[in-house]
Design a protein around this ligand. Structure first.
Ligand code: HOZ
Length: 429
């Protein structure tokens, strides 16, 4: 069953001499599952092929962007056509407005948008804008939510910060995080208390409206309703980090699905169609504070890069044309229900959280509704499951604390194959 991974091992030994930890982002290292990363040679539709020629059904999709699968013909065509006219101008081009128009049309709360080059940059800029707009310093975030590697937000952060056990990174001075308040997700009392104590100093409440960076965790309606109401009452901004959920759970993101409108939205991943793009947007009155329209500084040499804009436009147009969201929900539910049946049959201490094309199998029998309950999962058992699936040709996120992503090419047949493999894998561990 186990695959030949000799060339991946060699590639990793080489990269480890040249690049810290052998990878350019820690989420890619297989540290949490005990092994070395695979080196990828190419992607095709729903599949990844490693340098040893093994094929995997890809449940990462580059950590979210590839909802259309790898090498979608319209995206490839748009990119090739655009790059022939120049890779970067450092001057405005019309593709920026074309992508901006699509984002504004799609995302209910966005009236103006600024393009940047990553989700991290978008989060960093949104925090600065919220502080500049309100004239206040405090930011409220939630344990287990991850907003990129922004200094002030690396407090009880999810994703690889959790996987690698670095809730607060060395190199982030106390001064950078002293204005960040971290609360438990889904805990209305904690929110009420923090606003009672600091309400007039809070610039923004920032969260993943459906969290994917501690594994998939859904918000309660009570939690979201309170956040919207209390931020309005105290004059703070509500900021949704939709880097993962934007254009994935609905064309208009989690905010469309949940009928909750934030003041600012952070985007990334799908808006770039696999290229480095982030964006932040919101009410025009707030966005007009961004330089050069307003005084809040933010800049970037490659912001609005034409090739990345073209990939984003092609991806959004295809999603708009196909409107795959009902199918993604139906197929996501099919997979989650199938996993639940196996768990029940084998009497395993495990639970499945799923919304649309995002899901996590947590190795804990209790419901997972926040960071504390996610962290009670048995990560050693997760690691065994991960490798058992990998051996069978299914590439899952290499951490218990990351959501898996289905693409539009994860058909019922492919998910049936996944369930058959999961049945064997869960029995073997
Ligand atoms: N933001 C991605 C999901 N947590 C991880 C990507 C990375 O850190 O490399």
């Amino acid at each position: 069953m186990s695959q030949n991974r000799v060339r991946s091992q060699e590639a990793f030994h080489r990269s480890s001499r040249l690049i810290p930890g052998g990878v350019n982002s820690p989420a890619r290292a297989f540290g949490a599952v005990g092994g070395n990363p695979l080196f990828i040679e190419r992607g095709e539709g729903p599949y990844l092929f490693d340098v040893d020629g093994n094929r995997y059904l890809d449940f990462i999709g580059s950590w979210g962007p590839l909802i259309l699968g790898h090498c979608h013909p319209r995206v490839v065509e748009a990119v090739c056509e655009t790059v022939q006219r120049g890779a970067s101008f450092g001057a405005p081009c019309e593709l920026e407005s074309e992508l901006a128009e699509r984002i504004i049309d799609a995302v209910p709360s966005i009236e103006m948008v600024r393009m940047v080059s990553s989700g991290t940059e978008a989060a960093m800029s949104a925090v600065r804008l919220a502080r500049g707009y309100t004239g206040r310093d405090l930011i409220v975030k939630f344990a287990g939510c991850y907003h990129g590697h922004v200094d002030s937000l690396l407090v009880q952060a999810g994703s690889s910060a959790t996987t690698l056990g670095v809730p607060n990174s060395p190199g982030v001075p106390i001064g950078c995080t002293k204005d960040t308040l971290s609360l438990p997700y889904n805990d209305p009392q904690a929110i009420t208390d923090v606003f009672a104590q600091h309400g007039d100093q809070i610039a923004a409440v920032l969260l993943e409206p459906i969290a994917g960076n501690m594994g998939l965790v859904q918000p309660t309606t009570e939690f979201l309703d309170l956040l919207r109401e209390i931020t309005q009452r105290y004059g703070a901004l509500l900021v949704f980090d939709e880097v993962m959920t934007g254009f994935r759970l609905a064309y208009g993101g989690a905010q469309q699905l949940l009928h909750q409108l934030p003041d600012l939205t952070i985007l990334g991943k799908i808006v770039g169609g696999g290229f480095p793009v982030g964006a932040y947007g919101g009410r025009a009155e707030v966005m007009k504070k961004v330089m050069p329209a307003g005084p809040v500084f933010q800049a970037g040499t490659l912001s609005g890069n034409p090739v990345a804009m073209a990939a984003g436009i092609a991806t959004l147009d295809e999603l708009n044309r196909l409107n795959p969201y009902d199918d993604l929900e139906r197929l996501g539910t099919f997979l989650a229900d199938g996993l639940r049946e196996i768990i029940h049959e084998y009497n395993l201490p495990a639970t499945v959280n799923q919304v649309g094309s995002m899901w996590t199998l947590f190795f804990t029998s209790e419901p997972v509704s926040d960071y504390a309950s996610a962290k009670r999962a048995d990560t050693a058992r997760f690691a065994r499951f991960f490798w058992a699936m990998m051996d069978r040709g299914f590439y899952l996120p290499c951490s218990q604390f990351e959501a898996a992503f289905n693409s539009i090419l994860h058909t019922r047949e492919r998910l049936e194959e996944t369930l058959a493999a999961a049945r064997e894998a869960l029995r073997s561990i």
